[in-house]
Design a protein around this ligand. Structure first.
Ligand code: FMN
Length: 346
């Protein structure tokens, strides 16, 4: 059976499947279930220093949409739906949250997994303070600087430029020595510049890309789904996420650790992220819609994929498609030209 281990900054993960920060990882029970399902790491639900960000969770709602943007009930999911949602941050005192992280990490360690603390930023100083406290109880911290809800709620900041990323990463890096993962938004004109700023100013790992903002009118009621705006992601987003991972793999070189997120449904999508240059992949939607079983099957299917290709380990896969990608300028003309729509021309 293939060895799925993968190296990220100062630590080695047993496999590349990470349970992403989301409502499922908001309790010790949820984190333990992800660990039991085989997640090599679990990113706990985010917190930040603003009480309003936690309060935001009270208005949060979640709906699944099929390819025609029709709501689908949770028990009818095929795994291909879009999850359209609001969200908020964990509602806990700092002391209670740290105690939960410590206890969950104690369990994860016994199972060869780990818990990663998470801050979805408001201010840089607040994030630095929380990262410092978390670093006392968990082995790594992830900082989300790009939550889409930052466009709707003042209690969360969405950074969209390299200078702002540099400022936040420098401030947080100065506060803690543990491996630091910086999670970037999908909504910026300069995602590569942001990744470079993170990598050059103290991030050990860059995760990308965050979900996008969306708006979905219901055709029967004319009400907007979720009564408002929300965040969207799903399989349709996967090529976009792979694009940015592959471009950042080229920009940052072969050695800088990257985590892919946004759009992975299963083990084959994880393989697609790895081929695009990710060292590991974070899954949230699959976890929220199919439970920890989604993690188990993702790891199983990735193992089968590697076995079918006679690969003893992951290493060769990581970035393999990026290394073969040509620039538009390097492409030879398609001969004969491929114009399938000409069948419709009269
Ligand atoms: C309901 C929901 C809540 C989320 N909460 C957080 C969060 O608190 N912190 C964070 O960094 N990312 C959060 N995310 C983003 C996920 O961690 C993940 O990066 C994103 O959903 C893309 O991956 P996916 O396609 O597997 O869902 C959340 C996503 C969803 C759907």
């Amino acid at each position: 059976m293939a060895d799925l281990s993968t190296r990220l900054a100062g630590f080695t993960l047993a496999n590349p499947v990470i349970a992403a920060s989301c409502e499922f990882t908001m309790t010790e029970e949820g984190i333990r279930q992800c660990v039991d399902a085989g997640a090599s790491a679990v990113v706990a639900k985010s917190v930040n220093e603003s009480p309003d960000a936690a309060k935001q969770l009270d208005i949060a709602d979640y709906t699944l949409l099929d390819a025609g943007l029709n709501p689908v009930t949770w028990d009818a999911t095929t795994g291909d739906e879009t999850l359209f949602s609001q969200s908020g941050l964990a509602q806990s005192t700092v002391d209670d949250w740290l105690a939960m992280l410590e206890s969950a990490q104690g369990y994860a360690r016994t199972q060869g997994s780990m818990v990663i603390g998470s801050v979805t930023v408001a201010g840089a100083e607040g994030a630095a303070n929380l990262a410092r406290l978390m670093a006392e109880v968990v082995p790594a911290v992830e900082i989300n600087v790009g939550a889409p809800h930052g466009r709707e709620a003042a209690a969360v900041s969405q950074l969209t430029g390299a200078d702002a990323v540099e400022h936040y990463v420098r401030t947080i890096r100065a506060a803690t020595g543990v491996p630091l993962i910086v999670k970037l938004p999908g909504q910026s004109g300069d995602i590569i510049g942001m990744a470079e700023a993170a990598a050059n100013h103290g991030a050990d790992v860059v995760a990308m890309i965050g979900r996008l903002n969306g708006f979905v009118p219901n055709l029967q009621t004319w009400q907007p789904e979720l009564r408002s705006w929300g965040a969207v992601g799903g399989p349709w987003m996967l090529p976009v996420s792979l694009y940015w991972v592959s471009k950042c793999r080229k920009a940052l070189g072969d050695r800088f650790p990257l985590i892919g997120t946004n759009g992975a449904r299963d083990g084959l999508d994880v393989a697609r992220f790895l081929l695009s240059g990710a060292n590991a992949v974070e899954l949230a939607t699959a976890l929220l819609t199919r439970g920890p079983e989604a993690i188990r099957t993702t790891i199983h299917d990735l193992t089968s994929y590697l076995d079918q290709h006679g690969m003893p380990a992951l290493g060769e896969l990581i970035g393999a498609s990026v290394r073969q990608a040509k620039t538009y300028g390097e492409l030879a003309p398609v001969d004969p030209p491929h114009r399938p729509w000409e069948q419709f021309l009269r």
